[in-house]
Ligand binder design. Structure first.
Ligand code: UD1
Length: 363
């Protein structure tokens, strides 16, 4: 059975690493990776392949950045050619990026079955590009691997046939467990940045709704400056965010208030998360990693797909508006009484996914 896996952006490399290890050990299962090139900087792409032992992509499309239509269109054109050449039995897509959408459409139009990992998540905010990517990808997929029971229920609500939906648990949890030990052994990021365990907050920001809205971005910067007066804050800067801070003339002030770094590899990022006093983020993946490692997490968004973490009291939504209010919420770690839950399975999502693909598509 030949599986063509489409990846392109940072979180997809992490998810692909979990699956590729399992697929490689299955007799008769051949996986080829197609990298769209959506993320292309060494520290946004290469470092993940190296650290997580991901097999090199057979095809690298080098699409790079661009407006949504142009970026997605270029990807579709090139993925189509490769699928005609490779003739896989199934195309595997991850998450909600433009690479996910391009892979889903290119495959479905050639009548190649599409398997979507991380299906059924919704923010119910159609202004997010990721939300549109999720809805369309789920609609054209033939097997939908849902990470939570909520996601299974959501797909049912949308009228997706029950036999297409498989609860797999969350593949990010597989990686979180695996990389934890590696990080503790290998990463020197704490001494490198002169940080003490539990003596700092770690932050990440990259969502377009925050970086591309000057008012929200300014509120986030002011909030981080306030938090930074009380406790060291480390912010590895996504290239989109760096560009936005430069555009809004906010980079200098922020760099005096907190520690900025280049984007980090997964091993260093996990190490930072493991010993953070708290995490501040607008990333989907980081919200869950905070929970996997039981670190308090403040989500700089108006809503989230990972509602169970808010309901159980692990994560707190902090919509970017008034910086003083935001900072007060973020600095208050008292009176938190999170409830223990296990919505994401037991760290064997990749095995469930591989078994199911073999069952359905092995000729
Ligand atoms: C994308 C995904 C988002 C995911 C995120 C992880 C979409 C619509 N969004 O957002 O779901 O959570 O990846 O990071 O697909 N850039 C570089 N170097 C790189 C990569 C990007 O400089 O290696 C710059 C480019 O100028 C680009 C900007 O960052 O315009 C944003 O990149 P893009 O791929 O458009 O979206 P992300 O914000 O990374």
């Amino acid at each position: 059975m030949k599986i063509a896996t489409i990846v392109g952006a940072r979180p997809q490399f992490v998810k692909a690493a979990a699956f590729s290890r399992i697929a490689a050990a299955r007799p008769g299962c051949e996986e080829i990776l197609i990298h769209t090139g959506q993320h292309y900087d060494a520290n946004m792409s290469d470092v993940f392949f190296r650290e997580l032992n991901i097999p090199p992509p057979r095809h690298h499309l080098g699409v790079g950045s661009g407006r949504h239509g142009a970026q997605t269109g270029k990807m579709m054109e090139l993925i189509e050619e490769i699928l005609l050449l490779e003739k896989p039995q199934v195309v595997l897509i991850y998450g909600d990026t433009n690479s996910t959408l391009a892979g889903a459409l290119a495959a479905a139009k050639q009548h190649i079955p599409v398997a979507h990992v991380e299906a059924g998540l919704r923010s119910f905010n159609r202004k997010m590009p990721e939300e549109l990517n999720r809805i369309v990808s789920d609609a054209v997929s033939d097997v939908l691997f849902a990470p939570t029971r909520e996601a299974v229920a959501q797909l049912k609500t949308e009228g997706i046939r029950g036999d297409k939906v498989v609860w797999s648990g969350d593949i990010m949890y597989d990686m979180a467990l695996l990389v934890r030990e590696i990080s503790l052994r290998q990463s020197s990021i704490l001494p490198d940045l002169a940080l003490k365990p539990k003596g700092y907050y770690v932050a990440t920001i990259h969502r377009a709704e925050n970086t591309d809205d000057p008012r929200r971005l300014a509120a986030i910067v002011k909030c981080l400056e306030r938090v930074g007066r009380e406790i060291p804050v480390v912010l590895p800067l996504h290239p989109r965010t760096r560009a936005a801070l430069v555009r809004e003339n906010l980079l200098d002030a922020l760099s005096h208030a907190i520690t900025l770094s280049e984007p980090l590899g997964f091993v260093d990022m996990v190490r930072l998360e493991l010993d953070a006093r708290a995490i501040i983020t607008d990333s989907g993946g980081v919200q869950k990693e905070a929970f996997f490692y039981r670190i308090p997490c403040f989500v700089l968004r108006d809503e989230t797909e990972w509602v169970e973490l808010i309901e159980a009291g692990w994560n707190t939504l902090v919509p970017p508006a008034d910086p003083a209010v935001m900072a007060r919420v973020i600095l208050d770690l008292q009176n938190r009484h999170p409830r223990e839950i296990s919505p994401y399975g037991d760290g064997h999502a990749a095995t469930i996914i591989a078994d199911e693909l073999i069952r359905r598509f092995n000729a």
